[in-house]
Design a protein around this ligand. Structure first.
Ligand code: NDP
Length: 295
């Protein structure tokens, strides 16, 4: 039978909604879990469940071979980690940074870690806090494969799917920003659609099943567009961008007739018009990706 001291130990720095969910999942999996947060008091529920509450980040780091940091961004993780006492304590240990930021910040942190003898994995969480500890959670990792394999079993106690994308430390953040790009522009489109439908007397609930229908169209389109984007074929046979731009103009006109800001759709239409202006009017919408990428 295992005793508490046989169990792997892990430290979690940062106890926002996500940090608390991570620490809670480690606890639920039976790991010895030490927690710390800049603002005291956020560890109450976790310590009541058996976590060790540390008085400082340095003390927390000393509690385990593996430290997971999950704070708002890398300015915040720098503020926590790049203090002499914490950096010293991390030397020879492994740090997994599950905070979100840009690929450059991830690479910079990997360089700092290497310079201080800290094993470093960068990561991104692609699902909301309530998914942690369930099969729905999605984690992306990048950094040295052997280090990932060494800590994989502990990381997998967080549930869901874990993918090691490669050794380049910016990879997890690259996928993160690309996926956030999809998510937030889609959410902006949805919020705008609700405002526009309401202005015409249609409730969000009435729109909902059809909005969900639009969302289900997207996965097969993504598969087709990925092929087009990687092969450079951009076929507009089914829906040429001239036709698409015309539907975008309807949304802009209807919005502005109601005094609703149409800035997002105006931007999308502007991209389509640019593609048409460059002589690609018979191509599909995904030609935008190629044109945007031109320097
Ligand atoms: P927040 O993004 O709001 O981050 C809050 C945490 O950051 C708190 O622990 C806060 O400490 C800490 N923090 C902020 N600034 C500093 C600083 N200067 N020094 C030290 N600590 C600081 O909450 P979440 O927990 O939700 O998110 C954490 C990370 O997880 C983010 O990068 C987020 O993008 C990512 N994520 C979150 C998801 C979610 O569903 N919540 C989903 C997927 C990813 P304090 O309490 O002292 O203010």
């Amino acid at each position: 039978m295992s005793t508490p001291s046989d169990l792997p130990a892990v430290t979690v720095l940062g106890l926002g909604p996500m940090g608390r969910a991570l620490a809670g999942a480690f606890l639920a999996a039976g790991l010895r879990t030490t927690v710390w947060n800049r603002t005291p008091g956020r560890d109450r529920e976790l310590t009541a469940r058996g976590a060790a509450g540390a008085g400082s980040a340095e003390e927390a780091v000393c509690g385990a071979e593996l430290t997971v940091v999950c704070v708002v961004n890398y300015d915040a993780s720098d503020a926590v980690l790049r203090r002499d006492d914490v950096t010293r304590a991390l030397k020879g240990r492994t740090l997994v940074n599950l905070s979100a930021d840009t690929p450059d910040r991830a690479r910079d942190t990997a360089g700092w870690a290497a310079a201080h003898g800290i094993g470093y994995l960068d990561g991104a969480i692609m699902t909301p806090a309530p998914s942690i500890g369930t099969p729905e959670a999605v984690f992306l990792h990048s950094g040295p494969r052997d280090l990932y394999e060494e800590h994989r079993a502990v990381l997998e106690t967080l549930g869901g799917a874990h993918t090691h994308l490669g050794e380049e430390p910016g990879l997890a953040a690259t996928f993160d920003i690309a996926l956030l790009d999809i998510f937030w522009t889609a959410m902006a489109g949805y919020a705008h659609a609700v405002a526009l439908a309401r202005a015409e007397g249609v409730t969000a609930r009435e729109l909902m099943p059809f909005a969900q229908g639009i969302a289900t169209i997207l996965p097969p389109l993504f598969a087709q567009f990925a092929q087009d984007a990687d092969s450079g074929s951009y076929s507009g046979e089914i829906n040429p961008i001239t036709s698409a731009a015309s539907t975008m103009a309807h949304v802009v006109a209807a919005s502005e007739a109601h005094g609703i800001d149409a800035g997002v759709m105006r931007a999308v239409e502007g991209m389509a018009r640019r593609v048409i202006g460059l002589g690609h009017g018979t191509d599909g919408f995904i030609r935008v990706a190629e044109v945007l990428g031109r320097r």
